[in-house]
Ligand binder design. Structure first.
Ligand SMILES: [Fe+2]
Length: 260
């Protein structure tokens, strides 16, 4: 099943190539992200002991979850949905128009489409969260977690890259080493995820990523968030002040591997 989706995906991405080197690099990052979310979703599905069919569907959904990023960037030259269009919806349109899920049974296609549309919502759509469709819910949780874990990897690479921050990746936010918005810290402490509207500087992006711990559904995701060094790396980007050090301590105590 995944072989056919992969062939489709690679053709789809190759067919939307762009001439400019910076554009090509950004699209390649998204392609890599899709492949890694695919692997992450598959591993999570296996760890949950799901049936082979659901493992396959999680793998497919992980791969195609960001299909919409490619038409989004070509059309609008941004990955910011607020300035363009919801990339999950763009992805569903592209998948439907170009037959990306054509080889799946109708029920399986629906499950993948639901996972795609739910992947970038701030919270799960209420009807999905109600759990009446257990298969849809399990797939949506897997893709959302796999996506978060890999976005953190991508962003960490960007934070640590030498030179000026890519303004498309950092949404044009100013890179002021001392500045951060305490509202995002307050969100984390209150058990919420941060709000994109509260992002005022590059540091707030690091805090936003740290806030996702509150929306990681599977223990494996939280475990890997720490074990892969993402938490340390993100705190390493933030100002070294007493307030921030105290916050980092509370964060590790509450969410880290030693947490009760
Ligand atoms: Fe996405």
């Amino acid at each position: 099943m995944i072989g056919r989706t992969l062939d489709w995906f690679e053709d789809f991405v190759a067919g939307g190539g762009m001439a400019d080197a910076a554009d090509t690099a950004r699209l390649e990052l998204k392609r890599q992200h899709c492949l890694l979310v695919m692997a992450e979703a598959r591993d999570q599905a296996r760890e949950l002991g799901l049936t082979p069919r659901l493992v396959d569907l999680a793998t497919v959904a992980g791969l195609v979850h960001d299909t919409g990023r490619f038409p989004q960037y070509r059309r609008y030259r941004t990955f910011r949905d607020a300035d363009s269009a919801n990339h999950a919806v763009l992805g569903l349109q592209a998948l439907a128009r170009q037959g990306g899920l054509g080889h799946l049974a109708p029920r399986d296609r629906l499950l993948v489409r639901l996972a795609v549309v739910a992947h970038n919502r701030r919270a799960l759509p209420r009807r999905l969260a109600a759990g009446g469709d257990a298969e849809a819910l399990v797939l949506a949780h897997i893709v959302r977690d796999a996506d978060k874990l890999d976005i953190v990897r991508v962003m960490r690479d960007h934070f640590q890259a030498k030179g000026a921050k890519d303004e498309v990746v950092f949404l044009g936010l100013p890179d002021d080493p001392e500045r951060y918005n305490p509202a995002v810290v307050a969100d984390i402490e209150a058990g919420r995820i941060g709000n994109y509207n509260d992002m005022e500087s590059v540091n707030d992006f690091a805090l936003l990523l740290l806030s996702w711990i509150n929306d990681m559904y599977h223990p494996r995701t939280r475990r890997l968030f720490f074990a892969r060094g993402h938490v340390d790396a993100l705190f390493g980007q933030l100002p070294d002040t007493p307030a921030m050090r105290a916050f980092a301590g509370r964060y590790r105590e509450r969410f880290g591997p030693e947490a009760p």
